[in-house]
Write a protein that binds this ligand. Structure first.
Ligand code: F0G
Length: 421
C-alpha cells in the first residue's frame, strides 16, 4: 500500500501498517552533524525555520517526502532533560534524568505524533480527522486539527477523562463524544468509523503518529551528545510509545547515530497491566483485562500496538513491569514537590525506576532516563484530592486563615522551623 493511502490497518489481515522511509546516505557523524547544526535554527528565507521543531529537526528519519507547505507544526518537542536531586533520591537512582514531554504545546508527548499525522492528513486531502482517547490524544488532535482547519471528532470514555484534557479538547474545538464505555470501546468505535465513514484516524495505530513519536528518543539521545543511556523508563498503555521507542532505537543504530542502545522498561499500572502479564509469560499469550487505575491516561485493557510493543521489548532486552496506584501517587507527589510536576500516568515511570533500582535490575551508577509524558495541570482533580488528604505521605493541605497578619506569621514560623518536605 502507498504512503498516501489513508488506511491504518491492512484490509486483508487487519494487522497494523507501518511506513518504510528511505534512509539518507549520510550516516553516523555526518548525520549527527546535520541534526546538531539545526539546533537553535531561527529564520530561513524570512520564515521561521521548520527545523525549530523537535520533530521536523529529524525530518530525514521521520517523513522525508513531505513538502514544507503541508506541515502542520507548532514547534513541538524541544522538551527539557532535567535532573532533580530529590526525585533521584526517592527513586534510588542517582543518575536519573527526566525527559519532560509535558513541555509540548498541548502539554503531552502526543503533539510529536500529531504534527506528523495531521500533516499527512492535509497531504492526502482528508476531509475530517478522528481519534479515540483517554484525553491527551484528543487534546492534541483537537489543537492540530484547528491549526490545519480540519474538523475533528473525538471519542472519549464518559466520566473517565481528566479535567484539563477534556477542557482543552472542547476549547480547541473538536466535536467531543462522551462514549458510555471505556477506552477500548472508544477505540473499537473509532476504527469502525474510520473504515466505514472514511474519517482519517489519528490514533497511535496510525503509523505516522509512531514516526513522530520516535523523536522523543532521537531528541534525548541528541541531548546526551549521542551517548545512549543505560535505560529508558516510560509509562505504557496502548503501547504506541513502546512501539515508537523500539523503532527509534532501531533507526538510531542502523544509521550509526549511536553505537549502543539502552534497555527499555515499560511501566503499567497494576490494574491495567495486560502487557506486563504477557511479558511474564514470555509473551506466550496476548492478555486483555478490564482496566482500573487512578492514572486514567493509561487505563487501557487491550493495547492496540501489542505486536510492535513485543518487538520493541525483545529487541532492546527490555522489560515490562507494573506498579500500584499508591506508588504512582507517591512518585507523582515527589516529582511535583521538586518543582517539575507531571500527570499521574507519567509518574509511573519514576515509580517503575524505583522498583527496578530496589530489586537490582537497574544497577547503581546506571544512567536512566524516565519519560514524563504529560503536564501537571492535565489532572487538577487528583492533585486537590491528594493534597487535601492529610494521611497521604506528601500531602500539603491548604490552610484557611483569618485575614490577620498574626496568622501569616504563625504559618511562616512553622514553615521555617520544620523539616522541608
Ligand atoms: N502517558 C500519558 C500521559 C498518556 O496520555 C498515554 C496515552 C501514555 C502515557 C501511554 O502511551 O498509549 O503510547 O502506551 N494516552 C493515550 C491518549 C491513550 O488517548 O491520550 P501509549
Amino acid at each position: 500500500m502507498g504512503e498516501l493511502d489513508p488506511r491504518t490497518s491492512c484490509p486483508k489481515c487487519g494487522g497494523l501498517l507501518s511506513v518504510e522511509i528511505e534512509l539518507p546516505r549520510e550516516r553516523g557523524a555526518a548525520m549527527r552533524a546535520l541534526f546538531d547544526a539545526r539546533l537553535g535554527a531561527t529564520r530561513t528565507a524570512g520564515r521561521v525555520d521548520i527545523h525549530n521543531s523537535g520533530v521536523w529537526r529529524f525530518r530525514e528519519l521521520v517523513l522525508p517526502g513531505i513538502d514544507d507547505e503541508d506541515l502542520v507544526t507548532q514547534w513541538e518537542g524541544n522538551t527539557p532533560l532535567l535532573t532533580r536531586e530529590r526525585v533521584a533520591r526517592w527513586a534510588e537512582v542517582p543518575e536519573l534524568l527526566l525527559k519532560h514531554e509535558g513541555h509540548n504545546p498541548t502539554g503531552s508527548f502526543k503533539d510529536r505524533g500529531m504534527t506528523v499525522a495531521v500533516s499527512n492528513a492535509v497531504r492526502i486531502g482528508a476531509s475530517a480527522v478522528s481519534c479515540a482517547s483517554t484525553g491527551n490524544t484528543s487534546a492534541s488532535l483537537a489543537a492540530y486539527a484547528a491549526l490545519a482547519g480540519l474538523p475533528a471528532i473525538v471519542l472519549v470514555p464518559a466520566g473517565q477523562v481528566a479535567l484539563g484534557k477534556l477542557a482543552q479538547t472542547l476549547a480547541y474545538g473538536a466535536r467531543t463524544l462522551l462514549v458510555r464505555g471505556d477506552f477500548d470501546d472508544c477505540l473499537h468505535l473509532a476504527r469502525q468509523s474510520s473504515e466505514r465513514l472514511g474519517v482519517y484516524l489519528a490514533n497511535s495505530i496510525n503509523p505516522f503518529r509512531i514516526l513522530g513519536q520516535t523523536t522523543i528518543v532521537l531528541e534525548l539521545l541528541q541531548q546526551l551528545d549521542w551517548r545512549a543511556p543505560d535505560w529508558i523508563v516510560f509509562p505504557a498503555g496502548n503501547l504506541g510509545n513502546t512501539a515508537a521507542f523500539g523503532a527509534a532505537l532501531r533507526l538510531a543504530r542502523e544509521t550509526g547515530l549511536v553505537d549502543s542502545v539502552p534497555r527499555l522498561a515499560a511501566v503499567q499500572a497494576e490494574g491495567a497491566a495486560p502487557f506486563a502479564r504477557s511479558f511474564r509469560s514470555g509473551f506466550a499469550e496476548r492478555e486483555k483485562v478490564r482496566a482500573e487505575t487512578v492514572a486514567t491516561a493509561i487505563k487501557i485493557g487491550d493495547p492496540a500496538s501489542y505486536e510492535r510493543g513485543v518487538r520493541a521489548i525483545r529487541e532492546t532486552n527490555g522489560i515490562v513491569l507494573e506498579v500500584s496506584d499508591a506508588e504512582i501517587l507517591e512518585a507523582k507527589a515527589v516529582v511535583d514537590a521538586s518543582g517539575v510536576g507531571c500527570e499521574p500516568a507519567s509518574a509511573a515511570s519514576v515509580a517503575g525506576a524505583r522498583r527496578l533500582a530496589r530489586d537490582g535490575t537497574i544497577r547503581r551508577g546506571a544512567r536512566v532516563v524516565a519519560v514524563l509524558t504529560g503536564h501537571i495541570l492535565k489532572d487538577p482533580g487528583i492533585l486537590l484530592d491528594y493534597h487535601k488528604d492529610a494521611s497521604k505521605p506528601f500531602a500539603n493541605s491548604p490552610i484557611e486563615i483569618e485575614a490577620e497578619l498574626g496568622a501569616v506569621e504563625q504559618v511562616l514560623a512553622d514553615a521555617t522551623s520544620g523539616p522541608t518536605r
